[in-house]
Design a protein around this ligand. Sequence first.
Ligand code: FE2
Length: 293
Amino acid sequence: MSYNLLMNSPFILENHTEYKEWRDLKLSHYPIQKNKLIFKFDDNIVDEKVLNLFKSAINDYNFAIYEFRSEVLDKKLLNFCATLGLTNSVSNLFSDQDNISNITNQGEKEKLTSKGEYIPYTNKQLNWHTDGYYYPINSAIKSFLLHCVCPAKEGGENLLMDHEIIYIHIRDHNPDFIDVLMQNNVMEIPSNKNIKGSKNISGPVFYVDEKNFLNMRFTSRQQNIIWKKNDMIKKIKKFIFEFVNEDKKYLFKLLLKKNQGYIANNVLHKRENYIDGDKKRLLKRLRFSNRLG
Ligand SMILES: [Fe+2]
């Protein structure tokens, strides 16, 4: 379901002029100049000017990278998010009292527990997805922060692709693909045995929310997912994977350093596998039900 789609929304397939205008503006920000997307913040006072530039980058790309000079404690991370208007954090099975998830390789010790079953808590590759794709759209994850406390010895690179760019790429190729991807029952996630009362969740891949922003729900997982039976689905998935795996212009690769992180309006992303050093790779994640911008 899309809410209150405005008459002049660029996301109505018939609105060619509005779409072209929105599309051309979006594409004008590419190719990405990496240095334009990394913002250094002072440790104690978050500079208003830098903050505005950071927000403006998120407006253009749906993600941006921040960097602090020294260690960032949880409280400061929460304050930083609050300064940006990200206050509606969302908990999950493994988050702490501040809704922060400590993403680290659980290794052998947790293999038999539910936490060890989740790829994020291993050192394996985490394939393309948007966060919370298994939630219904009325309780969607609209943005998230990923903060690096300790990088891996090797690997663990993050790959990001703005979901609006993917939308453009698909629509320019075949608007009928978009029509299918916006259907309310195109992707179904069966109930989760680890969550009491969990139900099957059905929803679109792309949808427009109540504030007229475009959102994406997507996972590359092959199991525990039921795609609607439609002749086009196979072609669409192939088209998406070819784009995200082969594109050079719109794809952003990022190896987070200590005290660096990024905030994203839930763009499509992926993590490469990694090898821990003496100290384990540790990333902190916060998810929000509102977005930035
Ligand atoms: Fe993720």
